[in-house]
Structure formats: structure tokens, C-alpha cells
Write a protein that binds this ligand. Structure first.
Ligand code: UD1
Ligand code: MG
Length: 448
């Protein structure tokens, strides 16, 4: 990590996002399970323990809430009218303090930026350099501001609408991420006017103003995949792909095996321990930790769950929020676990629902067992003691407790607690009528 103390990050998040065609503000659309604004703020926080300001639009309450949640110390400013990127940065002028050596401006809709890219940009803003811009070689430069350079120097940034034909031919483009020296940032930005094709206060005009004052301005080159802005859902999906690829690589680098990585969907906070094996077509929603050596079999879905070392989950299992699976547990096909602790070595192997429950170590929950946790108004707990055996197709009507080592006969509807070591059977008794079939046969003949 570069030394980036004395830094202020300003994240512009007052986006219109009309092309998303959504009731949700653009910067709150998620990537790998968290809003894109949170991705940007995470990159800032990873780069440095620095101050953060977020600029939101007039209807940006949800955006402000997201900012405060992801970056608790962040200051939020409202840009009342959308008058351009320089105007937006100035909305946060109250966050700029004398001790800030540099101010880095980022866009909330450019979520793939990484801490590793921010560090050299911050380093480029030195005493002699007033503006450092992160550029990239654009496969298709249309819509971007062009970086006009002379040798190693950045001479100007020309917005597409204001560019000459020759300038438009330039493919070195402005990512939007810009670093400013703290000493001159406010005076540069206050000098920017709006005499241009869009009638906006362009942040990018700071480059030419700095040069008129004899200050140095530079451009760094970054990777296009990191600086792509999201304007519509097709770009959102493309960014998700990049995010997923990064997460999969990180998981594998940390020692997990993903047998068919392209089919595994991870979240930004998925934790896979060493020698975890993930089979194809598994989805990790946010909040999942899997400990060493566990195996997540194909077509399973996990969310806010903990899987202990050596456990085997699935295929086709669903772990819902609050599923806490201890070491060496087996959770099999078509089993749903919600808000339940499953103790070490316990087995829930087939077609079961275990919700609001505690299953102690070594218990065996048979096929088709259901914890009836909801009475239509409230949820109730089921407790299953250590080494208890629950026969197939049992309904456990909560609140109810099955004692340690107890047995429950198949097909039971259990409504009362079962003591330790007892056998409980709660089902219609079987009766036989000897010779009934033959008698029925005789009766049938009579009728003919
Ligand atoms: C901007 C840059 C351009 C760069 C491109 C990269 C300027 C003038 N141009 O152009 O050089 O190549 O981004 O994607 O800076 N915003 C506000 N308030 C405003 C205006 C914008 O918060 O009044 C925010 C937007 O939400 C967005 C960002 O600033 O996150 C960029 O604004 P946008 O209008 O998309 O600028 P571009 O025309 O794409
Ligand atoms: Mg844009």
C-alpha cells in the first residue's frame, strides 16, 4: 500500500442512470452481491486509510445510506443540480482540508477500479504535479474525453463533443479517475467555466487551467477493463463477468478448487478455505464462509451460511441465512436448512426442511423430515438431541424437543417432547386382515 494518508477521495454518485430503466439508482445496482458504489468505496478503503466524501443527487437518500454503511466515516454531500463533474466535486468542497496533500476523484458508476491502480495515481500527484489523470487505450473511444499529450506531459482533456476530428482520432481516453494536489484543487476547480458544447462545468478543464498556471499535469495508463463505466444493464452484466473472474481467481489462488470455475457464482465476501472443493453450478450469495476441506456439490445455493471443515453439502442443497453447519456434517440432495445449527457429524441426507432448529452432533435426520416451524403467526424452534434418529417422513411440530439418543418412528407427527433415549411413534397403527384379498375376490365373482 502506497503512503496515502493525507488523501481525500471524492466519489461522484449523483448519476442519472436513465439507461438502466430502473427504479433503483444506478450506483446501487449490485455487482457480486454489493452495490457498485460499495465496490468503489471498498477500493478506496483498501488503497488507503483516508478521508472519503460521496456526492449524491437530490433524491440520493438511499445512495447516502449505502455510502455511510460501506464507509462509516464518509461525509455525504448533495449536488442540488446536475451541472457537470467539476460542479459535482465542488459540492464536496467542505470535505477538503489543508492537510490533504491530494484529492482523488472517482465515479460511483466505475466499479471495477482497484486499489492497486489508485496507489500509483496518488503517487503521481507530487509537489510539482497538480493533476494526474488515469487514462486507458480505448477499443472504442466514442463518448470519452480524449487525453492530448506531448511526450510524457498531459496537455489537455478534450470532451468528445468539443473535439476536432483530429482530436477524436485519439484513442488514449480519460477514465474519469483524476488526482489533484490538495494545495491547488479548489482554486483550479473554481476557475472552470461552462462555455462548452454541453454547457457543463467540466472537471477535465482543470488540466488546461493548471498548465496556464505553469503547473505540471500527467497521464498514467491503466487497463480498460478496470475503468469501464456502467450505463446500462448490458454493461452491468459485462462488469459482473469481470468481477466473477477476479473472485474465482482469488479463491483458487487461496487454495480452493473450482472444478468448472465459469459456472460458479461468488459474492464479494465469499470465504473458501484451503482445499475446499466447489463442484459445477454452485451459487454463493453474500455472507458465506466455507472451512477447510469441505465440499460443495453441484447445483447448491448458499446464502449467509457457515460450513465447517470437511462437511459435504449437496448436490442440490440450499443453505439459507443462519445455516451453521459444523465439521463433517452431510447435507444431501433437496435439503433446505434455515437458521439452524447442525452439529458435528450429523446427517440430513435427503429431501428435508430444517428451519429454526438445533440438530446436535451425530443426529440422523431421515428423508422427508420437516420441521413445522411456522404456525401461521410465529416461528418456533425444534431441538434434536445428540445422536437422535429421526425416521423418514416425520413432521416435527415446533416448539418441540427430541432428546439425546431418542428414536422417532417413520411417518410420525411429533407434537410433544420426546425424552432422552425414548422411542416415539405418532402415526396411525397398521392393521392386517388375513385372507382379505381372496375374500374380496370371491365377493367380486358374486357381483358378475
Ligand atoms: C466523463 C469525463 C470524460 C471521461 C468519462 C469517463 C468530464 C467532463 N468528462 O464524461 O472525460 O472520459 O467521464 O467515463 O468529466 N456526475 C455528477 N454530477 C454531475 C455530472 C456528473 O455527479 O453534474 C457524475 C456522474 O454520476 C458520473 C460521473 O460524474 O458518475 C461522470 O459523469 P458523466 O456525465 O457520465 O460524464 P461523461 O460525459 O461520461
Ligand atoms: Mg459517463
Amino acid at each position: 500500500m502506497a503512503d496515502m494518508t493525507d488523501t481525500l477521495f471524492i466519489v461522484l454518485a449523483a448519476g442519472e442512470g436513465t439507461r438502466m430503466r430502473s427504479a433503483t439508482p444506478k450506483v446501487l445496482h449490485p455487482l457480486a452481491g454489493r452495490p457498485m458504489l460499495a465496490c468503489v468505496l471498498a477500493a478506496c478503503r483498501e488503497a488507503a486509510d483516508a478521508d472519503i466524501a460521496v456526492v449524491v443527487g437530490p433524491d440520493g437518500d438511499n445512495v447516502a445510506e449505502c455510502a455511510r454503511k460501506t464507509a462509516p466515516g464518509a461525509q455525504v454531500f448533495v449536488q442540488g443540480e446536475r451541472l457537470g463533474t467539476a460542479h459535482a466535486v465542488l459540492a464536496a468542497r467542505g470535505a477538503v482540508r489543508a492537510e490533504h496533500k491530494r484529492v482523488l476523484v472517482l465515479f460511483g458508476d466505475t466499479p471495477l477500479i482497484t486499489a492497486a491502480t489508485l496507489a500509483p495515481l496518488a503517487d503521481a500527484v507530487t509537489d510539482g504535479t497538480a493533476v494526474a489523470v488515469l487514462g486507458f487505450q480505448a477499443a472504442d473511444p466514442s463518448g470519452y474525453g480524449r487525453l492530448l499529450t506531448d511526450g510524457g506531459e498531459l496537455v489537455a482533456i478534450r470532451e468528445e463533443k468539443d473535439a476536432t476530428e483530429a482530436e477524436r482520432a485519439v484513442t488514449f481516453c480519460n477514465s474519469g479517475v483524476m488526482g489533484f494536489a490538495g494545495a491547488s484543487v479548489l482554486s483550479l476547480l473554481e476557475t472552470i467555466g461552462n462555455d462548452n458544447a454541453k454547457g457543463e462545468y467540466y472537471l477535465t478543464d482543470a488540466v488546461e487551467i493548471a498548465r496556464e498556471r505553469g503547473l505540471r499535469t500527467v497521464a498514467l495508463e491503466g487497463d480498460e477493463t478496470e475503468v469501464g463505466g456502467i450505463n446500462d444493464r448490458v454493461q452491468l452484466a459485462a462488469a459482473e463477468r469481470v468481477c466473477q473472474q477476479r473472485l474465482r481467481h482469488a479463491a483458487m489462488a487461496a487454495g480452493a478448487t473450482l472444478i468448472d470455475p465459469e459456472t460458479v457464482h461468488l459474492s464479494h465476501d465469499t470465504q473458501l478455505g484451503r482445499d475446499v472443493v466447489v463442484e459445477p453450478n454452485v451459487v454463493f450469495a453474500p455472507g458465506v464462509t466455507v472451512e477447510e476441506g469441505a465440499r460443495i456439490r453441484a447445483f447448491s445455493h448458499l446464502e449467509t451460511a457457515h460450513v465447517g471443515a470437511g462437511a459435504v453439502i449437496g448436490p442440490y442443497a440450499r443453505l439459507r441465512p443462519g445455516a451453521d453447519i459444523a465439521e463433517d456434517v452431510r447435507i444431501g440432495n433437496f435439503v433446505e436448512i434455515k437458521n439452524a445449527e447442525i452439529g458435528e457429524g450429523a446427517k440430513v441426507n435427503h429431501l428435508a426442511y430444517v428451519g429454526d432448529a438445533g440438530v446436535a452432533a451425530g443426529a440422523n435426520v431421515g428423508a422427508g423430515t420437516i420441521t413445522c416451524n411456522y404456525d401461521g403467526e410465529r416461528k418456533h424452534r425444534t431441538e434434536i438431541g445428540a445422536n437422535a434418529f429421526i425416521g423418514s417422513n416425520t413432521a416435527l411440530v415446533a416448539p418441540v424437543r427430541i432428546g439425546a439418543g431418542a428414536y422417532v418412528g417413520s411417518g410420525s407427527v411429533i407434537t410433544k417432547d420426546v425424552p432422552d433415549g425414548a422411542l416415539a411413534i405418532a402415526r396411525g397403527r397398521q392393521t392386517e386382515v388375513p385372507g382379505w384379498v381372496a375374500k374380496r375376490g370371491a365377493g367380486k365373482d358374486k357381483g358378475k
